[in-house]
Design a protein around this ligand. Structure first.
Ligand code: GLP
Length: 251
């Protein structure tokens, strides 16, 4: 794993967007795997800036990690709405090239199978990930086993609690989601894992330095050969000096 530590999320977002631009420029039909949450917003802002400076997003295909079950796509907190607001509506991405699981599907098993097919037809060149406070990636929650394929997940209590900041009342927070499985994530050519803030310091240290464990889903990224971990000083606080030091020299 390559670790890059920045003074602040803004600088980190610019770096991640520059990595994405390299991938976009290298392919005729680049596929970006995308994440939601507060963390990647700096990445989207920087990517939008690159687009305004001339980066053509029209050939780009996007495949999102996950979506809540039961929120209509036009609900302000749906991941469909998040992606529209932070990226899709601000670039020349073609709507037919953007993919987000349908959390309103009547047949959720069929929707999972359909989404696996989308992933199969669009192999991911670069997957952007955040990390939950409990180590989840996408909505692959800590468990005895990690599921390979797209699946319906019952969100853990700590995840529901973390997501509650985006909803007016606790009872409005979705309890279930559809998420890409770990196979699709690990099959991405390159991965960027982003984490910012003191509250992510402990889980970042466990994911990056600890053993590979299904109760720390992000630790599975240690098995991938091209992962860049993009941090700010706070989220990197528990990494040993050596690691942080060498990474600091690197930017
Ligand atoms: C949600 C998303 C994850 C994301 C996580 C962290 O649970 N499904 O993909 O990484 O939140 O969110 P934040 O970046 O807001 O801390």
């Amino acid at each position: 794993m390559k670790i890059r530590i920045f003074a602040n999320p803004h600088d980190a977002g610019i770096y991640a967007a520059a990595l994405a631009e390299v991938v976009v420029a290298a392919k005729s039909r680049p596929v970006l795997g995308l994440a939601t949450g507060a963390t990647p917003t700096v990445f989207y802002d920087a990517l939008v800036n690159l687009h305004r400076c001339g980066l053509d997003m029209s050939p780009v295909v996007t495949v999102n990690l996950d979506e809540y079950i039961g929120l209509p796509t036009d609900h302000g907190q749906s991941y469909h709405a998040f992606m529209q607001a932070h990226l899709f509506s601000r670039t020349n991405l073609a709507p037919e090239n953007t993919h987000v699981p349908n959390g309103m599907a009547a047949d959720l098993a069929a929707e999972c199978a359909r989404y696996d097919d989308v992933i199969r037809r669009n192999p991911i060149d670069l997957q952007v990930l955040g990390i939950g406070v409990n180590g989840h990636i996408g909505f692959n929650e800590p468990d005895d086993l990690l599921l390979s394929r797209t699946h319906v997940v019952q969100l853990r209590q700590e995840t529901v609690a973390a997501n509650a900041r985006f909803f007016p009342r606790m009872e409005d927070v979705p309890r279930r989601a559809i998420t890409m499985g770990v196979q699709a994530i690990l099959q991405a050519e390159r991965i960027i894992l982003m984490a910012f803030g003191e509250e992510k310091a402990e889980i970042v240290a466990r994911a990056v330095l600890g053993d590979v464990r299904t109760d720390v889903p992000a630790s599975i990224l240690q098995l991938h050969r091209d992962v860049t971990v993009v941090l700010d000083l706070q989220s990197a606080r528990l990494l040993p000096e050596g690691k942080a030091g060498s990474a600091r020299e690197g930017y």
